[in-house]
Design a protein around this ligand. Structure first.
Ligand code: BES
Ligand code: ZN
Ligand code: ZN
Length: 491
C-alpha cells in the first residue's frame, strides 16, 4: 500500500473512504467535526444524538454517500479521551481503519489528522499502524486468502507542506515493512524455517540493504569452545548456525551495540520434552532472532551513527539419540561450566555463548530478545514484555525507546538474591532455578555470561504472539520490540 500526504481540505480528496477519529464526548460542532457534519447533512450529529456513537475506543460507524465531499464513504472510529491520545492511539486508529476498510473492499482511504501531536510523529505512527495492520498469516491457504486490495492511504494534512511529512512517512514505512518481514519469518512453520533457511534469508537482507554478514557453522563454534550452544544443537539433524549481521556507520563509532536474538526454530523441549498440546506454537521460538534480522534491515536503511551487530544463534531443540541429557555438564565459551538440569531451558544456553561472542566482537552494550520463559506470560500476560538487566542507565534507554515506540515493557528486579536458585552442586551454574521467579532466574543465567558489559534482556515469550487478533492486528506473530530496538539505536 502506498502512503502519501495531501495538503488540501478533506472534502477535496478523491478516495473510497474518509476515516475520522472521534473523541469520547465530542460534539458534532467541535473542531473539524463541524465541517464534516455540515457537509454530510448532519450524519455525525444524528449518530451522536441517538447514542449510537459516543467516541469510546473500539466503536465505529460507517456510512455510504456521506454528502458534499469527494470521499464515497465515511468511517468514524472511536478514539477514547482526547487528553489521552498518543502516537500509539494513532497507530491503532490507522490500523483499524485500514483493516476495516480493506474488509469493505475499499482501494483508497484518507485519514483525517485530529490530534495535536507533531505532524511528523503522527504521520509516522499512522504509516506504521496501517501497514502493520495489513499483515495476514494465511500464506498457506490455497483459497479464501486475504487479498490486499488497499492501494493507497492518504494522510490529510491540510495546509501543511507535504514535503515535510515525506521523511516521517518513509521512516514509518521502513519500520513497518521490517516488522512485517519479521512476522512473516516467525510465522513460517519449522519445516520451512530451519536454521539454514534463516541464515539464507539473513544473507538476502544483507545483500539487499548493504550489511556485512558472517555465518558461523558448528565447526567454527567448536573451535570457539561454544559447548553450551552445541549441547542444544547436538540433538538435531538440522545444522545449527550463528548469524552475524554488521552495520557500520560512515564515520567510526566508539560504541558497538549488539542485538542478540534467540533463534530456536523449533523447541520440542529436547529430552525434557514438552506436552504435545500447543507444541506447534514452538515454531515461534525464533521470534527474537527474526526480529533481530528485521531490526537490522530497518537500521541499514535508517543509517544511525553507531555500529550495530545483530547476532542470531539458531538451532532446533530436539530429542533423539544424540540429544543432550538432563544432568549433562557442558562448558560455555566463557569457560564456565553448566549443569543442564532441564533440556527445555535451552534458550539461555544458546544465549550464554551468543552474548559471550558479542563481547568477543567488541560489543560495548548488549541487548538481547528472546522467547525465554513461559513464566513471563504468568507474570505479565501477552501485554507487557519483561525487561531485566545489569546497567540501569542502559535499561532506562530501552524503557524510553519502548515508550516512544508504543510497546509495553516492564522492568523486573534482577536481584543478586536470585542467584541462589541457579547454584549447582557439581558445576558453576545450573540452567533452571525452580518454579519461583522463572523469568528472573532465566535472565540471571544469561547475566553470568555478559560479565561487565552493560546488558538488557527482553523476554518476549508472551507478547511475541497475538492469540486472538485485534481490530488493528492479525492473529499470530507481532514482531514486538522491533520498533523499540530501532528507536534505541537510531534515536
Ligand atoms: N521456548 C520456551 C519458552 C516459551 C514458552 C516461549 C511459551 C513461548 C511460549 C523456553 O525454551 C522454555 O521451554 N522455557 C521453560 C524453562 C523451564 C524449563 C525452566 C519454560 O518456560 O517452561
Ligand atoms: Zn525450551
Ligand atoms: Zn525455547
Amino acid at each position: 500500500m502506498e502512503v502519501k500526504a495531501d495538503s488540501r481540505q478533506f472534502h477535496e480528496i478523491e478516495c473510497d473512504a474518509l476515516a475520522v477519529a472521534v473523541f469520547e464526548g465530542e460534539k458534532p460542532e467541535d473542531g473539524s467535526l463541524a465541517e464534516i457534519n455540515k457537509r454530510s447533512n448532519g450524519v455525525i450529529a444524528s449518530l451522536i444524538e441517538t447514542g449510537e456513537f459516543t467516541g469510546k475506543s473500539g466503536e465505529s460507524a460507517y456510512v455510504h454517500n456521506p454528502g458534499e465531499m469527494k470521499a464515497r464513504r465515511l468511517l468514524l472510529l472511536g478514539a477514547g479521551k482526547k487528553e489521552e491520545i498518543t502516537a500509539d492511539s494513532i497507530r491503532k486508529i490507522a490500523g483499524t481503519a485500514a483493516r476495516t476498510l480493506r474488509g469493505k473492499k475499499a482501494r483508497s482511504f484518507a485519514l483525517l489528522r485530529r490530534s495535536q501531536l507533531p505532524i511528523g510523529e503522527s504521520a509516522q505512527a499512522a504509516t506504521e499502524g496501517a501497514l502493520i495492520s495489513l499483515f495476514d498469516p494465511d500464506k498457506y491457504h490455497t483459497s479464501d486468502k486475504t487479498e490486499n486490495q488497499l492501494e493507497t492511504m492518504i494522510l490529510v494534512a491540510t495546509g501543511a507542506d507535504s514535503g515535510d511529512i515525506h521523511g516521517s512517512i518513509e521512516r514509518g514505512r521502513i519500520i513497518a515493512e521490517a516488522t512485517n518481514f519479521a512476522r512473516e519469518v516467525i510465522n513460517e512453520p519449522a519445516n520451512v524455517m530451519t536454521p539454514t533457511e534463516l541464515a539464507r534469508l539473513a544473507g538476502e537482507v544483507a545483500k539487499d540493504y548493504g550489511l556485512e554478514i558472517d555465518v558461523l557453522d558448528e565447526a567454527r563454534m567448536k573451535d570457539l569452545g561454544m559447548g553450551a550452544f552445541l549441547g542444544v544443537a547436538q540433538g538435531s539433524a538440522e545444522p545449527a548456525k550463528i548469524i552475524v549481521l554488521t552495520y557500520s556507520p560512515k564515520t567510526e563509532s566508539a560504541e558497538t551495540i549488539a542485538i542478540v536474538g534467540k533463534g530456536v526454530t523449533f523447541d520440542t523441549g529436547g529430552i525434557s520434552i514438552k506436552p504435545s498440546d500447543g507444541m506447534e506454537k514452538m515454531k515461534y521460538d525464533m521470534a527474537g532472532g527474526a526480529t533481530t534480522i528485521g531490526a537490522m534491515r530497518a537500521i541499514a536503511q535508517l543509517k544511525p551513527s553507531v555500529k550495530i551487530i545483530g547476532i542470531v544463534p539458531t538451532t532446533e531443540n530436539m530429542p533423539g539419540g544424540r540429544a543432550q541429557r538432563p544432568g549433562d555438564v557442558v562448558r560455555a565459551m566463557s569457560g564456565k561450566t553448566i549443569e543442564v538440569i532441564n533440556t527445555d531451558a535451552e534458550g539461555r544456553l544458546i544465549l550464554a555463548d551468543a552474548v559471550a561472542y558479542a563481547r568477543k566482537l567488541g560489543a560495548t552494550k548488549i541487548v538481547d530478545l528472546a522467547t525465554l520463559t513461559g513464566a513471563v506470560s504468568i507474570a505479565l500476560g501477552d501485554v507487557y514484555v519483561a525487561l531485566l538487566g545489569t546497567d540501569q542507565s542502559w535499561i532506562d534507554q530501552v524503557l524510553a525507546a519502548g515508550k516512544k515506540a508504543g510497546e509495553k515493557i516492564w522492568q523486573l528486579p534482577l536481584d543478586k538474591d536470585y542467584r541462589e536458585q541457579i547454584k549447582s552442586e557439581i558445576a558453576d551454574i545450573k540452567n533452571v532455578g525452580g518454579r519461583k521467579a522463572g523469568t528472573i532466574t532465566g535472565a540471571y543465567f544469561i547475566r553470568e555470561f555478559v560479565e561487565d558489559t552493560p546488558w538488557a534482556h527482553l523476554d518476549i515469550a508472551g507478547a511475541a504472539w497475538n492469540e486472538n487478533g485485534k481490530p488493528h492486528l492479525a492473529v499470530g506473530p507481532t514482531g514486538v520490540c522491533l520498533r523499540t530496538l530501532v528507536n534505541l539505536v537510531c534515536g
